[in-house]
Design a protein around this ligand. Structure first.
Ligand SMILES: Cc1cc2nc3c(=O)[nH]c(=O)nc-3n(C[C@H](O)[C@H](O)[C@H](O)COP(=O)(O)OP(=O)(O)OC[C@H]3O[C@@H](n4cnc5c(N)ncnc54)[C@H](O)[C@@H]3O)c2cc1C
Ligand code: SF4
Length: 550
């Protein structure tokens, strides 16, 4: 498509992605100088449609951005009033007392929110300040200046033929050029991945690490609902060989967010993350809460967990990486929204200063420094060893050593471990199928647990079927010739939307099938495929999940 001639529009700053990072950047730019031309492009059908988070929000980023958010009606209506942490066994649980938890894990002062709704509200604030926001516009390509610096993006390509060629109904999209381009695509951004490789931004950092988060919204019996309650668990059903755990957040209106995050460094390729989540809901403690209730929404999204040592350089010629495109989640707190907002603010401040000085297209080094030495860097640095200790010693060893490390850093301001390295990528961590026993998962009962395709219909995902598949295989033979043979093709199980199937028919060779229409844009396949053969690219704008209030 790059040979096509397109119209171009010029902006001061072009922002890709209307998540908390991108919207914070847009708002801060306009607060600093109302005359700046700022555009935000979002692939979801509306702002919030692709946002999936827990979420317990630490409001520090929002307060820095808009100290009067309460008066302005921000949808932060449910303060956390109870914090619980349980280690689950199959039939029971042990509660870890709050006093042994490092203070940074305390949720006092935080809010249970729908980040989708927070982003919708932030978009209104941004528009009132004059930011142009275009939902339904996927940014599918980057465009560069002759000197190699980033010039802008291509957005709004529609109606390609199924083989990717241009047809009668193809709209070629347009180019949006900026003095600076902010990539705030969230975890494993497709354009962010391209710039990280092009400018070698990860040369000096550790490998990125990820988890897969799945979430359902439930409406429960009012007698069982406890607005403001936050519960986290580890242990059953995942056990203590793999890291991960659940979250159960009681928001308002008898709704409960029930979710499960599984670290993608798991070795056993037979593991089925979605079925682990479904099984979790049958634990007596959780089943008691959900029985008689109804699941009203489902979704999934990867989450970054590499932390401080995995942050790449965040500025490059002509732009910057914001939020989870740079991997800013604080793992033990399971929080990244506050850091996404702080990063947006800091990138905006650096770009505003540069534009005021007449600069454009260069590196915003001030942003790199602010991010790594400011509030975000400090938040992430003190928990930097939790993920690698989990990876090396498993969840129990990791809990003990990570907890010890966080306490040491709280009290002594120094880590006894220095900085622990992550080692392998999540794809490299996958072991051979023959070295592990298959896992027998109970069938969903249709009341507490659901089969994958039924649940995917509750993500309200939709992709125009006539377009090319947005899941590209570098080599179409690998899923069968390598992945099926060596790893029992784990894509069949790690995809939380059932996109990938191996079809085996009598007398025929097995076939790898990609049902791209079901994709919920979680990006797990791009991360976990052991052969690193799958590349996720944007489908046409507006396609994908339509989350109501995730
Ligand atoms: C299951 C789960 C639970 C979590 N729980 C919490 C929690 O309780 N508290 C907390 O603080 N954090 C939590 N997090 C982390 C938090 O959600 C992230 O840190 C946060 O979403 C990062 O914000 P962001 O703006 O960088 O990216 P996102 O919120 O992912 O937003 C990115 C936006 O960019 C859009 N986009 C991406 N690519 C393109 C493109 N090429 N063109 C156009 N648009 C594009 C996407 O559609 C999306 O709207 C959780 C994450 C998960 C997955
Ligand atoms: S195809 Fe990939 S990105 Fe889409 S839902 Fe499945 S694992 Fe996630």
């Amino acid at each position: 498509m790059s040979e096509v001639t397109r119209e171009a529009m010029e902006y001061d700053v072009v922002i890709v992605g209307a998540g908390p990072a991108g919207l914070s950047a847009a708002i801060r730019l306009k607060q600093l100088d109302a005359s700046l031309d700022v555009v935000v492009l979002e692939k979801g059908s509306e702002v919030g449609a692709h946002i999936l988070s827990g979420a317990v929000l630490d409001p520090s980023g929002l307060t820095r951005l808009m100290p009067d958010w309460k008066e302005k009606g921000a949808p932060l209506n449910v303060p956390v009033k109870e914090d619980n942490f349980y280690v689950l066994g199959e039939g029971g649980q042990i509660r870890l007392p709050n006093f042994i938890m490092p203070p940074l894990m305390n949720n006092h002062g935080n809010y249970i929110v729908s980040m989708g709704n927070v982003c919708r509200w932030m978009a209104e604030q941004a528009e009132e300040l004059g930011v142009e926001i275009f939902p339904g516009m996927a940014c599918s390509e980057l465009v560069y200046h002759d000197d190699g610096s980033l010039k802008g993006v291509v957005a709004g390509v529609f109606g390609l033929e199924a083989d990717g060629t241009i047809g009668e109904n193809t709209e070629p999209g347009m180019e949006l050029h900026g003095k600076y381009v902010f990539l705030s695509e969230g975890v494993r951004g497709s354009l962010s991945k391209e710039v990280i490789a092009k400018y070698n931004l990860d040369a000096g950092c550790d490998v990125p690490k990820f988890g897969l988060g799945m979430k359902e919204i439930w409406e429960v019996d009012p007698d069982k609902h406890n607005e403001g309650e936050v519960t986290h668990t580890m242990g059953w059903p995942l056990g203590f060989k793999n890291s991960g755990g659940s979250f159960v957040y009681h928001l308002d209106k008898n709704q409960v967010y029930v979710g499960y995050i599984i670290d993608l460094n798991y070795k056993n390729p037979h593991l089925f993350p979605y079925m682990e989540f479904q099984r979790f809901k049958h634990h007596p403690k959780i089943a008691k809460l959900l029985e008689g209730g109804k699941r009203i929404s489902y979704g999934a999204r990867a989450v970054t967990k590499g932390g401080f040592q995995s942050i790449p350089e965040v500025s490059f010629p002509g732009g910057a990486l914001l939020g989870c495109s740079a991997g800013l989640v604080n793992l033990p707190r399971i929080k990244g929204n506050h850091n996404a907002m702080h990063s947006g603010i800091e990138a905006a401040e650096a770009a505003h200063a540069a534009i005021k000085d007449g600069r454009s297209g260069d590196r915003l080094e001030a942003y790199d420094i602010a991010l790594k030495t400011g509030v975000v860097g400090k938040d992430l640095k003190r928990v930097r060893n939790v993920a690698p200790l989990n990876g090396k010693f498993g969840p129990l060893g990791g809990l003990a050593l990570g907890g010890f490390d966080m306490w040491a850093q709280t009290i002594l301001r120094v880590s006894p471990f220095g900085t622990v390295k992550h080692g392998k990528t999540d794809a490299q961590s996958t072991g051979k199928a023959s070295d592990y026993a298959p896992i027998d998962y109970p069938k969903p009962d249709g009341k507490l647990s659901f089969d994958r395709l039924t649940n995917v219909s509750y993500s309200f995902t939709n992709h125009e079927e006539s377009q090319p598949a947005h899941l590209h295989l570098k080599d179409a033979s690998i899923p069968i010739s390598v992945n099926l043979k060596d790893y029992a093709e784990p894509a069949q199980r790690y995809c939380p939307a059932g996109v990938y199937e191996v079809v085996e028919e009598d007398g025929k060779d097995p076939r790898f099938v990609i049902n791209f229409q079901n994709c919920v844009h979680c990006k797990t396949c791009d991360i976990k495929d052991p052969s690193q053969n799958i590349t996720w690219v944007t489908p046409q704008g507006g396609d994908g999940p339509n989350y109501p209030n995730m």
